[in-house]
Design a protein. Sequence first.
Length: 532
Amino acid sequence: MTAKPIQIYDTTLRDGSQGEGVSFSLQDKLSIASRLAEIGVNFIEGGYPLSNEKDVAFFEQIRKQDLGSTQVCAFGMTRRKSMKAEDDPGMQALVQAQTPCITLVGKTWDYHATEVLRVSLDENLAMIGESTEFLGRHSTVIYDAEHFFDGYEANPAYAIETLRTAAAAGAKWMVLCDTNGGTLPERIAEVTGAAIEGVKEYGVEIGIHCHNDGELAVANTLAAVDAGATQVQGTINGIGERCGNVDLISAISNLALKKDGYQVLGGKSLQHLTELSRYVYETANLQWRNNQPFVGQSAFAHKGGMHVHAINKAAKTYEHIDPTLVGNERRILISELSGRSNIVAVATRHNIEGNKELMDKILAEVVRQENRGYQYENAGASFDLLVKRIAGTFEPHFSPIKYRVVSGDRDSKNTCEFAEAIIKLNVGETLWFDAAEGHGPVNALDAALRKALLGTYPCLKEMRLIDYKVRVVDSGAGTAASIRVNIESGDEDETWGTIGVSENIIAASWQALVDAVEYKLHKDELPLGGEN
């Protein structure tokens, strides 16, 4: 059976940017567009050229990029009431964007037309038809039927008539929008079928655009595709207004890997999906969603000893797909819930699988440390170093002797704060005594440590701090409570997590920081004084 192509339409740069806390620079938008084209997305919605200068600049710059077969779309609304389409500034801005496709949004819900736009139902149809006809002289028109499902519930004949009006005026796609995100999958399928039947004489294609207010955007999208939709609109990671849009990562993965008879991204591999997901998170300055299906860090993470024992023998017992299909990886978590299977799985790189006594020692130490407040689930680098220490294979690249941190105001007027760290350590036979200032005590410690070690280990130039988290372990102790510090570090090749626990937040940070540096040096396997 020949697979049915499903077109992927990405609106991360427009609808996604409307999400709370999301803001893209011009370069961000250009870079994300390039990544989307690389994986084979069919359409990229770049923004509304009348709304701001950045979107105008985007359309000017994107024309200079080679996006292959990917088509860029400008987005806009139907002409204003009582105005000719050719005279409307919004219409003119869409044409001037010079995109191969224009996405035109119109009102489908009779209530929205009369109560928000304050126009008659006939005038609303005229706005849709005239705007579509005018834009169609310049580009392919994709018609987004806003509030289609709410409109169909209120007045099905009128909702269908809005589609027929756009189709008769030359639009090539009719996209059904669940704008409020509250429709259920079975109703999505039923109404999508009715829409297809309502415009079949025009030979147009049907698309689906779902929001996630009912946590059903992916299910609704798949239901619409099964009902006959051939275009899926959404955003990477599901970012967008309110509860967001459908997550294209999940929609693409389900269509390609779970459902039979469909082809997405031109049949390209999905192995860059995890990379793309994290790139968009980082570009938008958002935290990764660890439990995000398919691409999240926890999507293929296993903690319970029974689970790990099973997947060591047959991975599909607790994994619905091979994580490498979407560019992700399996993670085995270490905690007091772990059994020997977890230790075996994680410690494989240390070649100690057959040493039952050592395995038991490692497990006992993990339990002891977790009782003190440590958690190794997100501190794999610290766990690796723990294994080395227990196995007797740990060789420190440096030995801290002491440190001191001074932090406070530079003057009596409190106009300038400072932090200064002084450290003393051995690097081989050399005693180092160094100091540095920073924006805060941890930054100062990091700067002093790097200053002392860079001459011997220049590879530390590549290392960067990605995230720093603090959590109170036993809140009942008040200000005397133990503090858990997690540091995420990275270089050009990978990221790693380390942990420190103490009643002193600086001491906990120092532990995590020292582990982060030691892991980097062990990872690179540099001999003392070696070159990078």
